[in-house]
Design a protein around this ligand. Structure first.
Ligand code: CA
Length: 372
């Protein structure tokens, strides 16, 4: 008798799920004998502090941190309360790493490249010029073993890093003159941090460190000739279009900057297992929310910027991008040769990038060109 294929499928599925259930219960028995199972304490409440490297109430990023605290409070039934502080409100903006590492503060939201002076290798976990975009960085960190590399890198500091947000591809920045060839970068003073700044200096420019609050005045007074910041939304709010007349794309230096939540590892391990999972789940939600929020807001604000009279928006010439690519390769090579941890992290990054490139080449890279 010929069997109905659908019936056969159902029967197989039922058998498989029954086996699955037996397997699962055997597995959980085995686990129970190894440990006491999840540790959940409904009586204790936890009051934690989260510092951030962002100005108080900073759009999307600071805003998102407060949302995370709210989600965690709701998911834990009020057992976990996190107070979020803007940079400088409790400690200086760039002291979060040390404060969480020594346990004075439980968590900090920022980006790994802010600690480049201490851990240069962390830069590869934020963004690499001409490197992977936000979607690909997520694929590496969440699915390709990047999280493990990151955890190993931070373990000596008693820190647990969790990827928690991404700016998506940034803009190339604001200039007081046109950039028609690589020679136009020579002698230019630009606020451009991280690996991008090193590349910029190889091109003959001078990267300058200027805190967020001082960029506008420095650009207005000619202390700097150019600045990058984030993307259309944040750049518009900063008002840079009032003091520079050339806005360039793409943000070759930050194709998708990963933001991080760092947690004091010893303190995290003392939390009940359900709250640990709640924090991880909340961070994952925030990771996605920030990324899509950047895309949505940048779409809205690039339109507003296009309407600014007298402002020119340009794409960097191919010849300039080609030279910057060469300087990027040199910059990375020098870092990897002088810092063993950078070598480990970059190799992991690069291996994953090479692994997905054949797929990217026949999917997103081509699709964007054909999109209606
Ligand atoms: Ca930037």
């Amino acid at each position: 008798m010929k069997q109905n294929p659908r019936r056969k499928f159902i029967r197989n599925a039922v058998t498989a799920s029954a086996i699955g259930a037996i397997g699962l219960s055997a597995c959980s028995e085995a686990k129970k004998s190894e440990s006491q199972g999840p540790y959940i304490n409904f009586n204790n409440t936890y009051r934690w502090k989260m510092t951030t490297t962002w100005p108080p109430n900073f759009p999307i990023v600071g805003e998102g941190c407060k949302m995370l605290a709210d989600w965690i409070k709701k998911m834990s039934g009020g057992r976990m309360e996190i107070t979020v502080y803007g940079g400088g409100e409790l400690i200086p903006a760039l002291e979060g790493f040390d404060a969480v590492s020594n346990g004075a503060i439980e968590m900090n939201h920022g980006a790994a490249y802010y600690w480049a002076g201490k851990i240069p290798a962390g830069q590869f976990l934020t963004t690499v010029p001409f490197g992977m975009n936000s979607q690909q960085m997520d694929a590496w960190i969440l699915s390709g073993g990047g999280d493990k590399v990151w955890e190993d890198l931070y373990a000596p500091y008693d820190l647990l890093p969790i990827s928690c947000g991404n700016t998506a591809v940034q803009m190339g920045g604001w200039f007081n003159k046109e950039i028609n060839s690589i020679d136009d970068i020579k002698g230019l003073k630009m606020r451009i941090p991280g690996l991008g700044g090193k590349v910029f200096s190889k091109a003959g420019g001078t990267p300058v460190l200027v805190s967020g609050g001082e960029i506008y005045t420095n650009l207005e007074r000619g202390v700097i000739d150019a600045t990058e910041w984030i993307g259309p939304y944040h750049d518009y709010l900063m008002g840079f279009y009032q003091v520079a007349k050339h806005y360039y794309y793409p943000g070759w230096h930050e194709p998708g900057a990963v933001l991080e939540l760092i947690i004091n590892k010893s303190k995290f391990q003392t939390l009940p297992s359900d709250i640990q999972e709640i924090i991880r789940t909340g961070a994952l939600r925030l990771n996605r929310w920030m990324n899509v929020q950047f895309d949505a807001k940048n779409g809205e604000y690039i339109q507003k910027i296009r309407e600014v009279e007298g402002l020119q928006i340009h794409q960097f010439p191919d010849s300039v991008l080609e030279m910057l690519k060469q300087y990027t390769t040199e910059t990375i090579r020098e870092l990897v040769e002088t810092d063993p941890k950078s070598k480990i992290v970059f190799e992991a990054y690069d291996t994953f990038k090479k692994q997905i490139t054949p797929w990217v080449n026949v999917s997103d890279k081509v699709y964007y060109q054909t999109m209606l």
